[in-house]
Design a protein around this ligand. Sequence first.
Ligand code: TAP
Length: 492
Amino acid sequence: MSGTLERPFDFVIGGAETPGARGERAPVKNPASNAELAQVAVGHADDARHAMEVAQTAFESSWWASDDGGRRAKALVKLAGLLESRLEEFARLETLNMGKTLKESRGDMAFVVRTIEYVAGLADKVQGETISVPGARLDYTLREPLGVTVHIAPWNYPLLLAVRGVAPALAAGNAAVLKPASLTPLTAIAFGRLAKEAGIPDGILNVVVGSGSEVGEGLVSDVRCRSVTFTGSGEVGRRIAEIAARRTIPATLELGGKSPVVVFPDADLDRAARGIAFGIFGNAGQMCWAGSRLIVHASVHRALVERVAKIATATRLGPGTEAESEMGPLVSPDHLQKVAGYVESARSEGGKVVAGGSRVDEAPLAEGNFYRPTIVDDAPPAAKAVREEIFGPVLVVHPFETTDEAVRLANATDFGLFAALWTKELSTAHSVARRLEAGMVSVNEAPVTFPQTPFGGFKGSGLGFEQGADVVRAYTRRKNVVVNLSVPKPKT
Ligand code: TAP
């Protein structure tokens, strides 16, 4: 890809494309080359306020928030269809902006389509209940939309993680304001442009771009914001939780992890090696639930590390747009430096780099942010690279002797998003799955999720869940109504 995309990417507010109050635009880059890719509108606090005001008006005045969930479902199904019909275009845009391979972007877009279809199916099933109470009374509950919901998305799955919150909020009848990450806003904006064609009323789906500290905080602090869904770093997530607490609004936080992959001696090592490589080198390791700590039984330690190292070394790096590329670049030069810094710290703290461990500095990839799939063996448990989320293609390895030790090592982290187990023993699988402090556990499987399964973490990995059958209901509020049915006796 060379040159800038011709059409600028402006905000989508109230069904119209607008460059924002001050008319500012800034370039976004292609991480495979660091060349300019597109010009994007950059907003400020006044744009955040404007988006919230427009969303509130649409919520109050359009049919969207009415009881007609079936009508919302139709519009959402149309939205999913529009995206599906342009899947290749969206996948390419995602790859150009974020760096992941086209295969990965196609998978992400298919997941987005399925997510919208899934929540569309729930839109007319948001219902209250009747409750038996003493006396001549009818008591029932109503489920109402919250109002304007705010969605702040990260750069690693730009459209997928945005729509994972926006779609159920819309299905419940809310008006949404989405702020994608400044590094990767293109697919979110392109998605916002589809809303009108899908028949979603103007102002119900809005997209505004700008720095998190100004636009993001502006959205969450706005008096009209009735809930916030955030995916990103723990530091920012906790800041958002503080604002939400002050405003007494719900916050759903998805904050990353340092996920263990525990391999028992009876595991199928070839399958496990492929699953482990997929779980840490997929999306160049920029995954909240990357299986970044391999905890392997000492008897198969060397054999397994050799297998994973072979896959790491054979992985073809290249621009995501090229069919033969198996791993794309990291999202930005700053992030590349951060990942490289972690590997250097692991080396200096006694870890052995057995694969990768360097950026690609040969032409033509040297222009981009390419970092080799890396394995650090025998890193001390206290090492920074073992404790902190690296968010890159870096696997750290620890051997264990007993199951208790494996569980202790797996749980020895502030995070609790995901854990994987590899064993053929049914009892080991089920008993260890129960002992792991993680919101999601997979057995003999690389990380995999579906719109119908809950996604969320324990401990420092977040608050609340996304996806799953309760996801639309989570964007409603419950109201209890009691009606006195007694008929006054006629006065004689
Ligand atoms: P964050 O700084 O947390 O950014 C995530 C989103 O929050 C972006 O849209 C960002 O906007 C916005 N944001 C930043 N500061 C904000 C604030 N004070 N108030 C409201 N919104 C704010 O994450 P990052 O810089 O993209 O990545 C840093 C680290 O976070 C990564 O290395 C990784 O460890 C973690 N991360 C985790 C995930 C998942 S899936 N859990 C995803 C991405 C990153 P701008 O970027 O436009 O300023």
